[in-house]
Design a protein around this ligand. Structure first.
Ligand code: CA
Length: 514
């Protein structure tokens, strides 16, 4: 006989989440004799006390909405019977810093990575090809295949060749203030630690985005198209036809491959990890299992001196009052509020509908609205102080827990997290997504065992056992931490790397097209 299991996160909650995979039927008895008034699916909320119109619905000890009709004890609470509260007013959130105890540093854990000249560490050894404009994409795809077939076998220490095609570069308002976001994103992705500092840019020649702008600030730039150059223009007049361009690019690639092939893994400290946390296809379990387990692992990495960041502005906006006190200084708190305000304005300009995030899948998984989603989402940041807040497309500067302001869209967020400098990615899902990136390993964590069983070859880590008390958050947090080190060392591959499943990178371009 399977027990009826519902989970309450905070003693003040007046709802609990159904954990049973098959849901619970009308008449089922939960907790202290509460009888279900109707069938309630897995992940959805049971009302634990009768609510009058206007009463607060409380989960995680926070108000996630207000009853819009009388809701009897034992009833199903979902988006139809609760109304959405307003987001916290940014100007009214005071900076009252939380008390942080200084945790004992975590020592003795290492991984094997590729150390770069700038001090960053790679977890893969990749030849990255950057492009300055979409016009070159056909040739870049052609060349990527040719390099993979003809050159990679000659350089066995290099894992892959990865070309970054995008829709930016021309037909854009290059001087509009917002243009800086996609431009610095492309530039910083080229500097991702997994490319080993070997920068190779293919441009057309007449585009608005000059490829020189994509080189690192302190770069010893050689003359264009000389044998040492990092930039090649297809319109270069010395090329007669397509195959001469191809030869030119192949020569350039070989120069970089020779250097990359000398990279060897060496023992590195956990302090060299830069882990980007993201979720997608969340459900009500995400905030109970996958996100707290990932948050525990995040705390371990920070205690060991490493860097973790979380993102997704629209999914933290409604919980920002809980993040402001966690900022290390008033200046960081202000940066956080400024990023939220910028995004509020961006959404308002487009007349965005606040109820459109959550998705139909989130709602099917039991998340009634964005407030409930946000409260579960921020749990993956762990409990460390926030040392810095970074604008979209910027690189992180400080070790510890950072907030990298990005949209929540999985591939847009992932693209900006690559620019921020992540060398490992943890991605938590409840509904399931085959999301993967070719530039860094993506560890996919499922929030429930039902998904992990069905998608046994797509999920890397199942946090579901936490829901049934089979394992604790702490136990599973340590397991995830060890898995991160194994994968960062190249000892194990994530599902998307085994299967070669990769999303396109998508730039965040808030600026106008012309
Ligand atoms: Ca996301």
């Amino acid at each position: 006989m399977i027990k009826n299991i519902v989970i309450k996160t905070n003693p003040n909650d007046n709802v609990a989440i159904v954990a049973n995979h098959a849901g619970l039927k009308r008449g089922a008895i939960v907790l202290t004799g509460i009888v279900l008034e109707e069938d309630i699916p897995m992940g959805h909320k049971v009302c634990l006390q009768t609510l009058n119109v206007g009463d607060a619905v409380i989960r995680y000890g926070q108000t996630i909405g207000f009853a819009n009709k009388i809701i009897e004890k034992g009833s199903w609470i979902n988006e139809s019977n609760i109304s959405l509260p307003q987001p916290p007013n940014l100007e009214e959130i005071p900076y009252l810093k939380s008390e942080f105890s200084t945790p004992k540093p975590l020592e003795g854990y290492t991984f094997k990575g590729y150390r770069n000249l700038d001090g960053s560490v790679g977890t893969k050894n990749l030849l990255g090809i950057t492009t300055s404009v979409q016009c070159v994409a056909g040739i870049t795809n052609f060349i990527e295949n040719k390099i993979r077939k003809e050159l990679l076998p000659l350089y066995p220490n290099v894992d892959e060749v990865v070309a970054f095609n995008h829709s930016y570069g021309c037909g854009i308002a290059i001087d509009a203030p917002a243009a800086i976001i996609p431009i610095r994103t492309i530039k910083h992705i080229a500097q991702n630690p997994n490319f080993g500092g070997e920068i190779m840019i293919i441009g057309l020649g007449c585009e608005k985005l000059r490829p020189e702008r994509l080189l690192p600030d302190a770069y010893n730039q050689f003359s264009i198209n000389s044998s040492q150059s990092s930039i090649l223009y297809l319109q270069d007049e010395s090329f007669e036809g397509f195959y001469e361009m191809v030869d030119g690019i192949m020569e350039m690639a070989e120069r970089h491959l020779k250097k990359l092939n000398q990279r060897k893994r060496e023992t590195c400290s956990v302090a060299d990890l830069v882990v980007g946390m993201q979720c997608g296809g969340s459900d009500a379990f995400s905030g109970l299992t996958g996100n707290p387990v990932s948050g525990f692992a995040a705390d371990l990495i920070v205690k060991a001196g490493g860097t973790v960041f979380f993102s997704e502005v629209t999914e933290v906006r409604d919980a920002v009052h809980l993040l402001v006190p966690r900022c290390e200084s008033e200046e960081v708190a202000q940066k956080l509020k400024d990023e939220m305000a910028w995004y509020d304005n961006y959404l308002n300009q487009g007349n965005a509908d606040r109820s459109a995030n959550t998705t139909p899948g989130n709602k099917g998984g039991g998340l009634s609205n964005i407030v409930e989603k946000a409260l579960g989402s921020i749990v993956k940041s762990g409990t460390s102080p926030i040392v810095d807040v970074i604008s979209p497309g910027e690189k992180i500067l400080k070790k510890g827990l950072n907030f990298v302001a990005t949209p929540a869209s999985d591939f847009v967020c992932g693209t900006l997290q690559l620019a921020a400098g992540m060398n490992m990615h943890v991605f938590i899902t409840g509904r399931g997504t085959p999301y993967g990136l070719n530039m860094v390993p993506v560890i996919k964590v499922s929030s429930n065992t039902k998904l992990a069983n069905r998608w046994h070859d797509l999920i890397d880590f199942d946090a579901g056992p936490v829901a049934f008390g089979q394992k604790t958050i702490e136990e599973m947090g340590w397991e995830l931490f060890h898995l991160i080190l194994e994968i960062a060392s190249g000892n194990k591959k994530v599902a998307t790397d085994k299967l070669g499943l990769y999303n396109d990178l998508v730039l965040f371009n808030p600026g106008p097209l012309t």
